[in-house]
Design a binder for this molecule. Structure first.
Ligand code: MF3
Ligand code: CO
Length: 257
């Protein structure tokens, strides 16, 4: 038996809307700062300031995993880094890089979570396709978040679309419920079987987040304990929205005001 999926009432949904709009605003303002010559630490500092400017708090800073605490306000993952890259003064962005920004904020006790991958200058055609396919895989997954369907319907739709396009989905990290805490039930893998998993009901809030590798699906964690990279060194993309399930269908909450 897996743990119950929290259902948000009207008041909770209103708070989720605010937190998610804040997270989306931060991502929308930070994305355009991705350009050649900028360090990932520059993006971290801009991100920290924008999070404060929207009146929110980073849910990543100090986030505990085992005995470690995440040391930054943003997660910034370049090229073969899949997720949870730590911003660094030494990482200077160059033409042809891709940069995933993952922004998780808390506002009035509720969490908004979203991510996107940006190209730095021109990128090779296969990498441009990786970004397009991952972005579209997110849309395809969201479309499956219908009341009465199951979590596995989201997972299977994402996996099928990604693999049909010749790429692979990461197994070690998954999407998740989100609400008062960053990670709630259910887990939302980007791989799986149609009809499997928990049934979707109104008032659930999901972080749907395909992580897609140009090469093989395997990943490993670097010695810093946070940065996940592809085992084969191939580039990886990540797009994420927080979504509310309703009787009228899924609603993306991570849209800027
Ligand atoms: N969106 C990421 C996640 O769901 C954010 C992690 S914050 C970190 O895992 F502190 F763990 F990096
Ligand atoms: Co997430």
């Amino acid at each position: 038996m897996s743990a119950a999926i929290p259902i948000k009432d009207k008041a909770g949904i209103a708070k989720m809307r605010e937190a998610c709009a804040a997270a989306a605003t931060v991502l929308a303002r930070l994305g355009p700062l991705v350009r050649p010559g900028v360090t990932t630490q520059d993006l971290e500092e801009a991100g920290r300031e924008i999070i404060a400017a929207v009146g929110a708090r980073s849910a990543c800073y100090g986030y505990q995993h085992g005995s470690r605490r995440y040391p930054a306000h943003t997660c910034i993952s370049v090229n073969e880094e899949v997720v949870h890259g730590i911003p660094s003064l030494r990482r200077v962005l160059r033409d042809g890089d891709i940069v995933s920004l993952d922004i998780v904020v808390e506002l009035n006790g509720w969490i908004g979570d979203n991510a996107a991958t940006f190209p730095v200058g021109p990128v090779p055609p296969a990498v441009a396709k990786l970004l397009r396919v991952t972005r579209e895989a997110l849309d395809i997954g969201i479309r499956q978040a219908q009341v009465g369907q199951r979590i596995g319907d989201i997972s299977a739709a994402i996996q099928q679309f990604v693999e049909k396009n010749g790429f692979s989905v990461v197994r070690e990290m998954v999407g998740h419920g989100v609400g008062r805490s960053m990670h709630e039930p259910p887990e939302i893998p980007n791989f799986g079987k149609r009809g499997a998993g928990a049934k979707i009901a109104p008032g659930m809030t999901f972080a749907i987040e395909p992580m897609v590798n140009l090469g093989g699906h395997a990943t490993k964690t670097l010695a810093d304990g946070w940065t996940h990279v592809t085992s084969d060194g191939s580039p990886s993309a990540h797009f994420e929205h927080t979504v509310l399930t309703t009787e009228r269908g899924p609603e993306i909450l991570t849209i800027p005001h």
